[in-house]
Write a protein that binds this ligand. Structure first.
Ligand SMILES: N[C@@H](CCC(=O)N[C@@H](CS)C(=O)NCC(=O)O)C(=O)O
Length: 212
C-alpha cells in the first residue's frame, strides 16, 4: 500500500505551497519515497474518520501500514529516521539537527502564526492595529537571533538536514509579509531550500493537486 498523506482537498492558498503537507511532501521527495495524497475537505477534517487520524482535525496526516502519525515535526522526523538523507550519521550532529526541527516549530513558528491571527483572523477587531507592530516586533527578534546564528553559513549546522527542511518551511510562511527580506542571509537561506530539486518536485506536486 505504501505511504498516504492527507492534504486540503483545495488549499486556501490555491497552491502557493504554504499548507503544511508541502513539508511532508518535501521530506518524502528528499529521501526518494513514493507517496499517495488523499484530499480532505474542511467539513471532513472535523468528522470522526479524520479525527481518528488527527485528534485536532488538521492536515497533514501520515499513514504507512498500521502506523498513523500527525504533526509535521513528528512526521518529518519519522521519515528522516526511516531513510538516509535527512539526518547526519554522527549521534551528536543528529541530535543537533533534531534540536533545529524543534526550534522551527516551537520557537520560530509561534510568532509567525500570531501574525496570521493578527492580520486575518482578528484583523477586524478594534485592537488589531495596535497589536500588529507588537507581533511583527516579536518575529523580528526571532529572525534577528536566527540570522545571527546562521551568519554566512549555507545551512544551520553543516550539511542540509531535516532541521533546515523544517526551518525553511516555517520561514516560507513569512514571504507574503515581506519581513523575511529584511534579513538578507535568511532570505538567501530560504531561497537555497526552495532551489533544492526535492522541494521543487514537492511544490510542483502540491500545485498540481490544488489546481486539478
Ligand atoms: N502543528 C500542526 C499544525 C497543523 C495545521 O495547522 N494544519 C492546518 C493546515 S496547514 C490545518 O489543518 N488547518 C485547518 C484547521 O485547523 O481546521 C502541524 O505542524 O502539523
Amino acid at each position: 500500500m505504501g505511504v498516504t498523506i492527507t492534504a486540503f482537498e483545495r488549499s486556501p492558498d490555491g497552491g502557493k505551497g504554504l499548507a503544511r503537507d508541502t513539508r511532508v511532501r518535501w521530506a518524502l521527495e528528499e529521501v526518494g519515497q513514493p507517496y499517495q495524497v488523499r484530499g480532505v475537505s474542511f467539513p471532513e477534517l472535523k468528522q470522526p474518520a479524520h479525527l481518528a487520524l488527527n485528534p485536532f482535525g488538521q492536515i497533514p496526516t501520515y499513514e504507512d501500514g498500521d502506523l498513523t502519525l500527525f504533526e509535521t515535526g513528528s512526521i518529518v522526523l519519522h521519515i528522516a529516521e526511516q531513510h538516509a538523507g535527512l539526518l547526519p550519521e554522527h549521534a551528536n550532529a543528529r541530535a543537533r539537527a533534531i534540536s533545529w526541527m524543534f526550534a522551527a516549530v516551537n520557537t520560530v513558528e509561534p510568532p509567525i502564526l500570531e501574525l496570521v491571527t493578527a492580520r486575518i483572523i482578528e484583523g477586524d477587531k478594534p485592537w488589531a492595529k495596535d497589536r500588529l507592530p507588537l507581533v511583527q516586533g516579536r518575529i523580528r527578534d526571532r529572525l534577528n537571533q536566527l540570522a545571527t546564528r546562521l551568519d554566512d553559513g549555507e545551512w544551520l549546522d553543516g550539511t542540509f538536514s531535516a532541521g533546515d527542511l523544517m526551518m525553511v518551511s516555517v520561514l516560507l510562511q513569512l514571504r507574503p509579509s515581506g519581513l523575511l527580506n529584511e534579513f538578507a542571509n535568511l532570505a538567501a537561506y530560504v531561497a537555497r531550500g526552495e532551489a533544492r530539486p526535492a522541494y521543487q518536485r514537492a511544490f510542483a506536486e502540491q500545485l498540481a493537486f490544488n489546481t486539478r
